[in-house]
Write a protein that binds this ligand. Sequence first.
Ligand code: ADP
Ligand code: TRP
Length: 337
Amino acid sequence: MSNRQRVLSGVQPTGDLHLGNYLGAIRNWVEGQSQYDNFVFIADLHAITVPYELATLSANTYSLAALYLACGLDLNHSTIFVQSHVSAHSELTWLLNCITPLNWLQDMIQYREKAVKQGENVSVGLLDYPVLMASDILLYQPDKVPVGEDQKQHIELTRDIVNRFNHLFAKPDHPVLKLPEPLIRKEGARVMSLTDGTKKMSKSDPSDLSRINLLDSPDEIAKKIKRCKTDPTRGLEFDNPERPESNNLLTLYTLLSGKTKEEVATECQDMGWGQFKSLLTETIINALKPIQEKYQTVTDEKGYLESVLRDGRQKAVAIANQTLAQAKTAMGYSVPL
Ligand code: ADP
Ligand code: TRP
């Protein structure tokens, strides 16, 4: 057993990964991975909480796993698995459902936002999404959960569920479920849309021009940056609330070029938008090139991805089933060995 701290996180296989997912989530997993024992998964049970394409669910799941590897997840430090391959996720969700007050779920921001978009068609699954997420986390007893800012409320709910569970079913000095901490980076935690600097870059935005996908070709990247929203002021600056696009694009440039914020502020303070856009385009293309090449290699090698996910499943099941048995025992079930 390693005594490194454990981290756990996942992304839903719903559409192409974009720079927001990369900078807000995956890059942080990769950068910290040698320091931690990492569990990362593809949240394909969460993907069906809104209407989805039957024909692409499985392909998107595999493509996301390939992207994890392409972004630099290293199997020496990280276990990669598919959520639906580990049935303990669904089972713990049921158990936790029965101790989670309904109004906690009705108050979740993401539920409300998504429910509005669905009208009459809101499923129980969408409401229950955060309890499934709590189960994803708690089964692996991680110390930290690296996510983007938008997921913070779900981690807080997970902590509330832990406290309630331990209060109901455990002795104060012997908690059954471990309290996880969110790990949210300041820079990149909220990458904004290219077409509106006040809105989050998102897979669900109907306009593909609003985001750069990790697998976009150089031509597509150039086109999107050419068309992205700017403002009439010459010279770019960070942190001016009147200029959200300037702040967002400078942040992208900073994170992808590896320069410091101060260096970028000085470099771009007198630049016209045209000149800055060329620089940003080139920087994005160069930053994504190695990811795209690795993606190609991983997907070209037949059977490789399946074997990675099979190994991942095995490791995940061993840990998840153990926590599940502990939770069931604490709740009064007799658990067969
Ligand atoms: P989306 O919001 O595009 O549908 P997901 O909800 O699947 O994407 O998010 C996957 C991960 O990427 C989460 O950790 C989330 O916090 C992070 N993330 C998503 N969008 C952004 C963004 N615009 N900026 C930073 N992080 C983001
Ligand atoms: N809800 C997360 C998102 O939309 C994905 C997710 C599901 C997750 N389960 C998780 C993230 C557990 C971290 C830990 O991005």
